[in-house]
Design a protein around this ligand. Sequence first.
Ligand SMILES: C[S@@+](CC[C@H](N)C(=O)[O-])C[C@H]1O[C@@H](n2cnc3c(N)ncnc32)[C@H](O)[C@@H]1O
Length: 185
Amino acid sequence: MHETDFEKRYQQNIDPWGYRDSWYERRKYALTVGSLPREHYRLAWEPACSIGVLTRMLAARADRVVASDASPTAVAEARSGDVPANVEFSVQRLPADPDLPGADLVVLSEILYYLNLSDRERVLTQAWDMLAPEGDLIVVHWRSSAGDTYLSGDETHTWLRSQPGWQHLVTHQDEEFVLDVLRRP
Ligand SMILES: C[S@@+](CC[C@H](N)C(=O)[O-])C[C@H]1O[C@@H](n2cnc3c(N)ncnc32)[C@H](O)[C@@H]1O
């Protein structure tokens, strides 16, 4: 799905995939934060944050969380209500240059399969460049595809695991989603 289609979906329904309530999303988010190897991070980057549900969970695990999404409607919703003081939301389209040197956590949750190969490679390079040594990258996707992605989740993670340089720390795969944690040595 193109980012402009996401914007239209958010305008029709601010939580079209049940980020706040669905068991799939709640379980995915719990497993995501539960798979982070470190108890606490200094600086986390979460592009494609949607309405900021996972962002709020990450805020409890980092000094500062910089989150963004291409959809202005989603970001406006993310900014509404109680926003933890250590969270910043902005509208930003990937691949972006967020200029966050020294980040020690990058979170890519259900975004890479919406990017073509060149954008996917750029985002992974940006993650590598911004991460401090020993910084962590966590990537999670629905395993299948609704036909609106460049790759299925499984194909995305096969590609991800083939990228050189990263230290592979965690893989989780179940009938619904696949998750990997990679560390920049
Ligand atoms: C399937 S949702 C995932 C949301 C959230 N990360 C999660 O896991 O619950 C994909 C999100 O990516 C955003 N998105 C799609 N293409 C994008 C792009 N090129 N740059 C930034 N955000 C994009 C959409 O607006 C949408 O909020």
